[in-house]
Design a protein around this ligand. Structure first.
Ligand code: HEC
Length: 222
C-alpha cells in the first residue's frame, strides 16, 4: 500500500517535470504548454491575434462552432486577409456614436472655439432643454447657482453641522454683462478645457452633453 502511494507520487512528480520541460520550448509565437488553455484563448474575435488554421486547438475544443472550426481558430473569414479588425480607409476620421467628430482644440484656442457652431444652436426643443437643465444641475449648479448667478453653495460657502466651509472664490456670474455675448462654442470650450479658476469638465461629460449644457446656459442667460 505504502509502496503504491510512493509510486504514484513519483509518477506525479515525473509528469509535472515533463510538463515543465515541455513548456520550456516557448518562444516567439509558441506559448509552450499552457495550463488550462481555455483561459488564454478567447472565444470572441481578438483584434491583435491571427490563428488561421481552423484545426488549431482541436484537441481541447469544447464548443461546437457552426463552421466546424476548433477552439483556437480566431480569424474572421468575412474580412480581407481574415483580419479581425479592418484597417480604416486612409484620411478618414471616425465619429462617435452621436455622429460627432473628435474635438481636439487645445485649451488656449478659446477665440477660435467661440466661432464653432453648436449642433444644437438655435434649436427650440423641449427635450433638449430638459436634458441641458438636468446636466447643468448635476455639473454646474453647485458653483454657478441654479440661475447661473454665481451663487451656488460652493461659491457662497456653507455651514454644515456648525462647521463653516469657506467659499470657492471668483465663480463667474453667468448673467453678468461680461458673459452676455459669449457663444455656445465659447461655453463648450470652457467646459471642455476649463478656464482660470474653473477646472476642465471634459473627462466627466461627453461631447454631446457639453453642447447641451452650453445650449442651456444661453437660455438661462436670457
Ligand atoms: C468648482 C466650481 C465650478 C464648477 C463646478 C463649474 N464652474 Fe464654471 N466657473 C467657475 C469659476 C471659478 C469661473 C471663473 C473662471 C475664471 O475666470 O478664473 C467659472 C467660469 C465659467 C464661465 C465663464 C468663462 C469665461 O469666459 O470667463 C462659464 C461659461 C462657465 N464657468 C460655465 C460652467 C458650466 C456650464 C459648468 C457646468 C458644466 C461650470 N461652469 C461648472 C467655477 C465652476
Amino acid at each position: 500500500m505504502k509502496n503504491a502511494m510512493r509510486y504514484s507520487v513519483n509518477v506525479f512528480i515525473a509528469l509535472v517535470a515533463v510538463a515543465l520541460l515541455a513548456s520550456c520550448k516557448a518562444g516567439g509565437d509558441n506559448p509552450g504548454l499552457e495550463y488550462a488553455p481555455n483561459m488564454y484563448h478567447s472565444v470572441a474575435y481578438e483584434p491583435y491575434t491571427q490563428i488561421t488554421n481552423p484545426d488549431a486547438g482541436s484537441w481541447l475544443t469544447s464548443i461546437e462552432y457552426e463552421d466546424g472550426h476548433a477552439e483556437f481558430y480566431n480569424s474572421n473569414a468575412l474580412n480581407p486577409h481574415r483580419m479581425n479588425m479592418r484597417t480604416p480607409p486612409s484620411n478618414t476620421v471616425s465619429r462617435n456614436k452621436a455622429n460627432m467628430l473628435p474635438y481636439r482644440l487645445p485649451k488656449d484656442s478659446l477665440e477660435i472655439a467661440s466661432q464653432i457652431k453648436s449642433p444644437f444652436e438655435g434649436a427650440e426643443d423641449a427635450q433638449l432643454l430638459a436634458e441641458g437643465k438636468a446636466l447643468y444641475a448635476m455639473y454646474c449648479t453647485h458653483c454657478h447657482g441654479a440661475k447661473g448667478e454665481g451663487d451656488g453653495k460652493v461659491a457662497t460657502g456653507v455651514t454644515i453641522d456648525g462647521v463653516e466651509h469657506s467659499a470657492y472664490a471668483g465663480v463667474a456670474n453667468l448673467k453678468g454683462d461680461a458673459y452676455k455675448d459669449i457663444t455656445e462654442g465659447h461655453i463648450f470650450h470652457v467646459i471642455t478645457a476649463g478656464k482660470g479658476l474653473m477646472a476642465s469638465h471634459g473627462s466627466q461629460m461627453s461631447q454631446e452633453e457639453r453642447w447641451k449644457v452650453a445650449h442651456y446656459v444661453k437660455v438661462l442667460q436670457k
